[in-house]
Ligand binder design. Structure first.
Ligand SMILES: *[C@@H]1O[C@H](CO)[C@@H](O)[C@H](O)[C@H]1NC(C)=O
Ligand SMILES: *[C@@H]1O[C@H](CO)[C@@H](O)[C@H](O)[C@H]1NC(C)=O
Length: 183
């Protein structure tokens, strides 16, 4: 009786935990597996591996984060991504990095990384600032909140946003016009 009750409670707890567990990369199951980004073969996790003969140092080494991004953007910041698409050597290892540059007064708009947890270090904090961040995912993804709400395609209907944000329709239309180009 007690045993089956406990089992029921454990299964219930596992079901609750399952979505959180599935949202991150599976645990790395192998050592280096340089991504074949166009590969169609079935893989255990991530992309299929390039043959060893083609997986040279170029895929395991990157200087991309050494260079500042161009911060002449509407938000005054620039993200230089170094996920598996940019750095195939991270494939199946469950890690990646970004560099974020800020012009004076620039900002990193509210966002979430749906497949990763982020940790970062501010490298330079005044005037032209920048930080280097890392993720527990080779492909953390990014969803910018302003873009998702006001620049999605198909769009979220204005009456829905008006109610959700408790503002007049004109405010929503103005915001939609700012993100109409998708960036
Ligand atoms: C930075 O981006 C702006 C706007 O797109 C462009 O006009 C400028 O030439 C770029 N600067 C560099 C150094 O690439
Ligand atoms: C800022 O805006 C640019 C262009 O709209 C976008 O590509 C970039 O991801 C945004 N965020 C950051 C932090 O640069």
């Amino acid at each position: 009786m007690g045993y089956s009750k406990n089992l029921g409670a454990s299964l219930f707890a596992m079901l609750l935990l399952a979505p959180a567990v599935l949202a991150s990369d599976p645990d790395p199951l192998q050592d280096f597996c340089v991504a074949d980004l166009d590969g169609k073969a079935v893989s255990v996790n991530g992309h299929p591996c390039k043959p060893m003969s083609e997986a040279g140092d170029d895929f395991l080494f990157s200087t991309k984060l050494a260079k500042a991004g161009n911060t002449s953007t509407p938000n005054g910041s620039a993200v230089t991504e170094l996920d598996v698409a940019e750095w195939p050597g991270t494939n199946t290892l469950g890690v990646s990095m970004n560099r974020v540059d800020f012009a004076p007064g620039g900002t990193n708009p509210p966002h979430v990384h749906p497949r990763g947890t982020e940790i970062g270090m501010v490298m330079k904090g005044k005037t032209e600032a920048y930080m280097v961040v890392s993720f527990n995912s080779q492909n953390p993804g990014i969803v910018f909140v302003p873009l998702m709400l006001f620049g999605s395609n198909p769009p979220i209907p204005t009456p829905v946003l008006t109610k959700a944000l408790r503002v007049e329709a004109g405010v929503v239309e103005l915001l939609k016009s700012k993100f109409a180009g998708g960036s």
